[in-house]
Unconditional design. Structure first.
Length: 148
């Protein structure tokens, strides 16, 4: 997002799940919120006048390398209040699940990725919660409480 870009006040987060049921999470680069932690692989903003679905397809291409021919379903929407670097932020998450077996094409915002079955993810969250970013833990707790 450029300083001059107009956006509606919404964010999106998207869970990417393969045909084997495994979730893909990316590791944030050091200059990002939740640096070094695992987070949802696709997130961003909805540009002013842009529909949520169009923003999803655009962000999926920018942040994961997916083309516009993707299948996805809306999971829900929720506000996440957090403090980052001494400032209060409100993130309005529009959560989708995307089904794909495509390997992510990492951009400068991420440095790696991991795949988890639901059981593996549940175990990792319980045993190593510090491995995951606050935004992902909020999304998981809000929309997938069975992981906790």
């Amino acid at each position: 997002m450029t300083p001059d870009e107009k956006v509606d006040i919404v964010n999106e987060a998207d869970e990417v799940i393969g045909s084997d049921g495994k979730w893909t999470l990316i590791q944030q680069s050091s200059d990002r919120q939740d640096a070094g932690r695992l987070v949802s692989p696709i997130g961003g903003h909805v540009s002013a006048g842009e529909s949520e679905d169009i923003a999803l397809v655009r962000e999926a291409g920018e942040e994961y390398g997916l083309n516009s021919d993707i299948s996805f379903g809306l999971v829900g929407k929720k506000i996440f209040n957090r403090e980052v670097i001494g400032r209060k932020e409100n993130h309005y998450f529009i959560l989708y699940e995307i089904q794909t077996d495509q390997e992510p094409i990492l951009n400068g915002e991420s440095v790696g990725f991991e795949r988890f079955s639901k059981d593996e993810l549940k175990r990792e969250i319980k045993e190593k919660p510090e491995k995951f970013g606050a935004a992902f833990l909020f999304v998981a707790n809000s929309f997938y409480p069975e992981l906790f």
